[in-house]
Design a protein around this ligand. Structure first.
Ligand code: SF4
Length: 612
């Protein structure tokens, strides 16, 4: 019996649990320090999370142990970057100037107010109190992206910060050659159906204004944009000026956009570093602004206008997502002087935005070898004083186009474990084309896996509860419960029923005689079906496949690689490509409008039937 074991063999993890029934030690095995219990209920035999003990209210809220050599957290927070006209009182509180009216969540938090949005965040994340949410927002380690205008529609407030659960962003948007407003709204609903916590509208084609408007009005999740895309609509980047920047930001803020990506950290002095890269600048915003600087021989106007931009953001409480215009676009360019110089500038921009009362998150790479991810996350924590880090991937290898939702979700899991607060999804179409509906789903699912895996590893209370419930259903061989608890119930059911559509005490993977779970039930009576919530009466025939399930099954494996290749060739020929040449609609050959016309004219007759 565990209680009879010699406690002197306990490792530090066991000592931390002395008040609980000891499950450890096992003689001769010593556990590292054990952090929070992600089960939230002390269930299971796992010793708990191997992350540090959760220290909400410090820079180490839900953090990984540091590998030797990692930068220490900054000793400063947003409290060290107060507006110059606020006065510190003897009791440590801050007094704003007379007639000051707080607008942003940060300003309310600085004054000690718990807003309805903070309250809502605490309801949605029960491991946090409303007071903790307020304090994290005041420290700058958490943001609540909630434009005052969007709050007037259907926005359900959420938080991004390392003390909260890891969030996932899905990108979408019409391009000059594909998609439109209705499709984008449909993709919005689809992305939130599959767990996106925020959505970025990155439209560069079609009616940008109408698409943005429709997305905001239909969205319960915060919407982000990269306003420079609209700023250069109908003009060359060289013609971008101060008035256009301010007008565009004000217009989108009035529409209700919750956060803006602004690439103000790319400076003239960083550009020489880009020369040594393999792939140069891969951020659209970063490359456009680099071109503007080279053309005018001046500093990045987003940088020089920062305080004016802050004033617009503050009026509507639009949160900054300070863009990483020099993020690496390949493993060979990761953690290089261009990226790190820009990151230092992002830190100073964070400080200035806090002084202006604005909420801030900071964007990060990109393509990063797995071993460099922890350093990147912890360097941001140092230079940007714990402001939430919002990372794209990162991809941990470059040689799997078509599978980059997988290459990047591996990096995203490590990034979240080491400090990132929000993960921008990558779909299988990354680097290849505009994501369609199923690509959006694949990207969302991959990133929900990354975010959830990190939350469990960090020991966020309750984050493992769902896993434990599914494990119980699996142990009881209760297929109905198993499907019900699965993240994608239709797919789980379809895969199960494809081989064996009868509710049996085993599945088709091992079969009756080899089913270890069934045997385990027999020998241990563990969850043997007697537990009320997992029991089944008699084996039952599951419902027939739904149309959607049937469709999933029909699509699986129908097209061989050869057929896919023939289809691709057929499409290229239809678009005017001879052997070895580019299609007539290729961007090297024609402009956006002509490309769209060619595709409309030529693609209609092309069907997706396999060729005979
Ligand atoms: S047959 Fe194999 S895979 Fe299926 S439930 Fe039993 S042990 Fe699990």
């Amino acid at each position: 019996m565990p209680n009879e074991r010699d406690r002197s063999d306990a490792g530090p993890g066991a000592r931390a649990r002395e008040s609980e029934e000891p499950r450890w030690p096992v003689r001769g095995i010593e556990l590292p320090d054990v952090g929070g219990d992600p089960s939230g209920r002390g269930t299971g035999t796992s010793p708990g999370s191997f992350a540090r003990a959760a220290r909400i209210g410090s820079p180490l809220s839900f953090s990984s142990p540091d590998t030797p050599g990692m930068p220490a957290p900054s000793s400063r927070t947003a409290w060290d970057f107060m507006p110059e006209d606020w006065t510190r009182q003897g009791d440590g509180s801050w007094l704003p100037p007379e007639h000051f009216v707080p607008i942003t969540q940060l300003e309310h938090a600085r004054l000690g107010t718990i807003t309805p949005e903070m309250q809502r965040v605490a309801e949605r994340e029960p491991h946090l109190t409303a007071e903790q949410v307020r304090d994290e927002v005041a420290a700058g380690r958490m943001v609540i992206p909630a434009n005052k205008v969007h709050l007037g529609y259907q926005l359900d407030p959420m938080a991004i910060g390392r003390a909260s659960l890891t969030k996932v962003n899905a990108n979408m948007g019409a391009s000059p050659v594909s998609s439109g407003t209705d499709e984008e709204v449909e993709k919005l609903h689809w992305a939130t159906r599959w767990g996106a916590d925020t959505v970025m509208d990155l439209s560069t084609g079609g009616d940008l204004d109408a698409t943005r408007n429709a997305i905001i009005k239909n969205s319960t999740v915060p919407i982000g944009t990269v306003p420079i895309y609209s700023m250069i609509l109908g003009r060359k980047i060289e013609d971008l000026d101060r008035e256009t920047v301010l007008e565009t930001l004000e217009h989108q803020a009035r529409q209700g956009v919750d956060y803006f990506t602004i690439h103000a950290g790319v400076l003239r002095e960083h550009l020489p570093f880009v020369r040594d890269r393999i792939i140069g600048i891969v951020s659209r915003g970063g490359s456009l602004l680099a071109k503007w600087m080279l053309h005018h021989g001046r500093q990045n106007l987003m940088y020089t206008m920062w305080d004016e931009i802050c004033a617009v953001m503050r009026r509507f409480d639009v949160t900054f997502s300070i863009g990483d215009g020099l993020r690496p676009g390949g493993l060979a360019d990761a953690t290089d002087p261009a990226q790190l110089s820009e990151l230092r500038t992002l830190g100073t921009l964070t400080e200035r935005a806090w002084r202006n009362g604005c909420q801030v998150m900071v964007e990060g790479p990109g393509h990063v070898p797995f071993d460099q991810i922890e350093y990147n996350m912890k360097l941001e924590r140092t230079l940007c004083h714990g402001a939430p880090f919002y990372v794209l991937g990162p991809l941990v290898t470059d040689i799997f186009p078509g599978y980059d939702h997988i290459t990047s979700c591996i990096g995203a899991t490590a990034a979240a474990y080491h400090g990132a607060s929000m993960l921008c999804y990558v779909t299988p179409k990354e680097h290849l084309g505009l994501p369609k509906k199923d690509d959006v789903k694949q990207g969302c699912v991959a990133y929900k896996i990354a975010a959830h895996a990190a939350d469990v590893a960090l020991g966020i209370p309750g984050s493992r509860h769902h896993d434990d419930e599914l494990t119980k259903a699996r142990a009881a061989l209760n297929w109905e419960k198993h499907f019900e608890l699965a993240f994608d119930p239709d797919l789980a059911r379809a895969y199960h029923d494809e081989d064996l559509d009868v509710d049996t005490d085993f599945c088709a993977m091992c079969g009756h005689d080899w089913c270890s779970v069934r045997i385990s039930k027999e020998i241990g009576e563990f969850l043997s079906g007697k537990d009320e919530s997992y029991a089944w009466d008699t084996p039952r025939v599951t419902e027939a496949l739904s149309d959607e399930q049937r469709e999933i099954l029909e699509k699986r494996g129908v097209l061989s690689p050869g057929e896919i290749h023939r289809l691709a060739t057929k499409t290229r020929l239809a678009l005017g490509a001879a052997a070895g040449s580019k299609a007539a609609c290729h961007s090297d050959e024609t402009d956006d409008e002509a490309a769209l016309r060619i595709q409309r004219e030529k693609l209609d007759p092309v069907t997706l039937e396999p060729l005979g």
